[in-house]
Design a protein around this ligand. Sequence first.
Ligand SMILES: [Zn+2]
Ligand SMILES: [Zn+2]
Length: 347
Amino acid sequence: MSETTTDAQPMTGLIKRDRGAHNVGLGEVPRPVPGPDEVLLQVYATGICGTDLHIQDDEFASTPPVVMGHEVTGRVVEAGPGAEDWLGVRVSPETYFYTCDRCEACLAGRRNLCPTRKSIGSHVNGGFASHVLVPQRNLHEVHASVGEHAGALYEPLSCVAQCLCDPAVASPGDTALVVGPGAMGILTAQVLKAQGAEVTISGTPGDQQRLDIAASLGLTPVLAGDLEDAIPGIGFDVVADASGNERGIDAGLRAIRKGGHYVQVGLTGKPISVDIDLVCLKELVVTSGFASTPRSWHRVERLLASGAVVLDPLVTDVSPLSAWETSFARTRKADGLKLMLDPRMDA
Ligand SMILES: [Zn+2]
Ligand SMILES: [Zn+2]
């Protein structure tokens, strides 16, 4: 409850130490003290995401040294002046620590596009540590039906909602294909299903565990090699790429029908080569979304409260911070679905 950061206790965090590939490891940082309208969360879980791997590889902008991790859930254990109402609440925070609140994007409710945006996990210390500091306006209470670790999936789900909702991409009766059965893919597929589409999700033979989880959620899994035979009629009405993979994107553009709606959810991390003529020849509508907005977070709250989307089945592994290297390597190999770090396990 103090307003100063003197005599701060140290805590261990997973830090991007410097620019350049790798330069990631555990280190000590001061445990922050919340100022006005800020809270301190005790971290229950932080998800490992493709963005973390891109930061590790220096393919995604960051300002080191910085504690990584932006898919966070935990409980409010300290509150600065004005934020006391949040004490004790289990929450998941939006990732923007700072936006200007004056630019055209901010004033239009699109803080995700603010040019001076600073987010936790890349520019401000994030969730791979025992505690993380966040502004109270970023907080969302985690729904009682969502498990302690799965609360960290609010953030990726809000990014998916930013790509697919308001307005809805799919209509009841649509056929949809999601390429890539990672966490983003399975969340994408669940949201398209909630919008009324019949959803097929494609993956490689190495994705079998992920495809099994997708099947358990009422999605139709298909191996990429068999996709041709799974294409309905003249093609899928909606295709969403959540693989960020050149071959996957190409397959998606070929499987979509003329006049269909293509959504790019995944990031490739580097320029790739695709036949963009397909967009013209098929008169595709192409949309995307970057990160999340307050609106997409509110959409997430309703999707979870209604039970249309579930998060817990996606959490396949939870490890202490000390095991970060193995968990990052497994995420890179698509071994498991959503791997998380729970810093309480290090104590
Ligand atoms: Zn993420
Ligand atoms: Zn702004």
